[in-house]
Design a protein around this ligand. Structure first.
Ligand SMILES: [Zn+2]
Length: 121
């Protein structure tokens, strides 16, 4: 199984990739104010994604929010669910590098320079 998704969920336009209108959240694994992880599924192609939200406390007036969208296999999805909330981070850290989508903001303003980065960690 590839990890490239389709134009609806993970095409070449990173901004559009983050909109993911045809993607359903199928599991909420962690839901904390500073760290949240869910698994998403594209209705069009069946690609699964780990959606990772992190809030970095920067010490200034604004904290920084980071979101990472990682395409994952069904096996990796199952491993994340099986790991439970305390084990999710470790499973994410062990994922091999792959094209993922990273987005960050400062305050209310999204950066426009979304970029593709290797996998989590
Ligand atoms: Zn898709």
């Amino acid at each position: 199984m590839g990890l490239d998704g389709c134009a609806a969920c993970f095409g070449d336009d990173p901004v559009k990739g983050y909109e993911q209108r045809d993607v359903d959240t199928i599991a909420e694994l962690v839901d904390d104010s500073h760290f949240a992880v869910s698994i998403r599924l594209c209705r069009a192609c069946g690609q699964r994604f780990a959606w990772v939200f992190t809030e970095r406390v920067m010490g200034g007036p604004e904290d920084q929010h980071e979101m990472l969208l990682i395409p994952i296999t069904v096996e990796e999805s199952d491993a994340l669910v099986a790991a439970g909330p305390d084990g999710v981070y470790g499973v994410l850290r062990r994922l091999p590098d792959r094209r993922s989508l990273f987005r960050t903001d400062l305050g209310d303003t999204w950066y426009r320079d979304d970029l593709w980065i290797p996998g989590f960690g």
